[in-house]
Design a protein around this ligand. Structure first.
Ligand code: URA
Length: 237
């Protein structure tokens, strides 16, 4: 929300009066004086007017998890265990998943309560690369590389997939980089080249790789560098 709106709402003072108060240096955001009323402030910032609290900072959470296969990428389910059951934190109910994985997929999973960050990370426009290691039941045909680059038409969504980078690592093993995240996308793309996916593991999102110290089921808070690097592009593996 814009700072002037937040101040105006607090004291019912109207936006012009709020702008004047801000311009006069009476408002602090995270301890620093801000004089531009159009500054965006998130709910994770403390805001003071004349030293009085206008907004108390909410706790921002950014978690990285090594999702084990067999756990549901959901925050609630009446029947099955979800990845939230793996988290032991009093504020875990505020979390949502930034980019779900299928139940039988393992690897890098991000959870947060910052909707702006997760929307930006997962939006089609951001084109943040996601890298998956894929094991297949059938031998991967060499033509798959070009087919993935060219894209596949998905009738249900009426879209053609963005160019995906496929590296064949073995007769039934590959690494694929996607710049979008459609429903069962990796499985559907492999199906088009005659392969059923036997195992799927997400290795990275943007510039963030699954930390080597995280065993399946383990999680931890992300460092500020990790929060930033998830949004950045990484070179193809
Ligand atoms: N593509 C899939 O098919 N499944 C996932 O879990 C992620 C990408």
């Amino acid at each position: 929300m814009k700072l002037d709106r937040l101040i105006a709402r607090h004291r019912f003072m109207g936006r012009n009066a709020a702008l004047r108060a801000i311009g006069a240096g009476r408002v602090r955001v995270e301890g620093g004086v801000i004089t531009d009323g159009h500054t965006e402030v998130s709910r994770f910032c403390t805001v003071l007017l004349d030293g009085e609290a206008v907004q108390a900072a909410e706790r921002a959470m950014y978690l990285v998890m090594h999702k084990p296969a067999g756990w549901l990428s959901a925050t609630k389910d009446p029947l099955q265990p979800t990845v939230l059951d793996l988290i032991d934190d009093p504020d875990k109910e505020t979390l949502h998943i930034a980019g779900r994985l299928d139940k039988n997929t393992s690897g890098l999973l991000l959870l947060t309560n910052d909707g702006r960050w997760s929307n930006q990370l997962m939006s089609a426009e951001s084109k943040v690369p996601k890298v998956y290691r894929v094991e297949t039941h059938e031998v991967i045909p060499p033509e798959a590389v070009e087919a993935f680059e060219h894209g596949f038409y998905f009738h249900t969504e009426d879209i053609t997939t963005l160019p995906a980078h496929l590296v064949i690592l073995g007769s039934r093993l590959a690494r694929v980089t996607l710049h979008e995240g459609r429903y069962h996308q990796v499985k559907r793309m492999f199906h088009r080249v005659g392969c059923r996916v036997a195992a799927l593991h997400r290795e990275s999102v943007g510039g963030l790789s699954l930390p080597g110290d995280l065993k399946p089921g383990a999680w931890r808070a992300m460092t500020p560098q990790e929060i930033d690097s998830a949004m950045r592009s990484a070179p193809h593996a």
